[in-house]
Design a protein around this ligand. Structure first.
Ligand SMILES: [Zn+2]
Length: 246
């Protein structure tokens, strides 16, 4: 019961969220600007210290109740067979799937191997499909990630590169932060500064609402170490543009 109280109490820190007068309006405008402009405010995912005091089962139970309320307020008939299970499905999907990357317990462990073949050129893992969620609108961001590195003498399994991308994607995100978090994690996992990440993604909050631009995609990049050199960057871009199998 005590656990339940943590989440059911006000989620705000009391920073300008008074419910009377101008202060509330001003902060609302600021938050609208940040959200609609998809402005990045911090490189770390803003998590509270007590983020994992509740276990997954209790989180699912609580989210289910709240989501049921949202559907009820929208006027949906929750006795309908098609809608009945939706609050539970959404709650489970949030905790176990699309936001599972919030929990450090789910972080992939990357085992380092000796680079036996002394391959000392650039390694590029391209076209990694990822699905994330815009933290400002809670709708999908999806696209392709390309990651690259020069071995420091150690390598990790190729599937680990993919898993690191997926782990950070499974959070409410801002694309710039997602790109940086992957880059920083790759530096740690590969024990090298020579890392690059390029992400090209569609934001459903841009294509299906607001300005409704269905064609634009957003590209973000993280270049570190050798990848800060123009010639190395150019080589990477050439590999990314290259057609697979030619
Ligand atoms: Zn958005």
């Amino acid at each position: 019961m005590k656990q339940n109280e943590i989440l059911l109490s006000s989620p705000h820190k009391g920073n300008g969220h008074t419910h009377n007068g101008h202060k509330h309006q001003e902060s609302n405008h600021l938050h609208d600007d940040i959200g609609d402009g998809h402005i990045l405010t911090s490189l770390n995912t803003p998590l509270r210290e007590d983020a994992f005091q509740l276990d997954d089962d209790l989180k699912i139970e609580l989210i289910e109740k709240h989501f049921e309320q949202i559907m009820h307020i929208l006027g949906l008939d929750l006795t309908d067979d098609s809608l009945k299970g939706t609050p539970h499905r959404v709650a489970k999907m949030y905790v176990k799937e699309i936001f599972s990357g919030l929990n450090p317990a789910n972080k992939p462990t990357a085992k380092l191997f000796e680079n036996q073949y002394n391959y000392n050129q650039m390694l590029v893992e391209k076209n990694i499909t990822f699905y994330s969620t815009c933290e400002h609108h809670f709708v999908p961001i999806f696209g392709k990630a390309h990651v690259a590195y020069f071995s420091s003498g150690k390598v990790i399994g190729l599937s680990k590169l993919n898993r690191i991308v997926q782990y950070f994607a499974k959070r409410p995100q801002v694309q710039e932060r997602l790109t940086n978090q992957i880059g920083e994690e790759l530096k740690k996992a590969l024990a090298t500064e020579d890392v690059a990440v390029i992400m090209d993604a569609y934001h459903l909050c841009v294509s299906s609402r607001g300005i409704q631009d269905t064609n634009s995609s957003t590209v973000t990049a993280f270049f570190s170490g050798k990848f800060e050199e123009e010639s190395v960057k150019a080589e990477l871009l050439k590999y990314i543009e290259m057609k697979t199998g030619n």
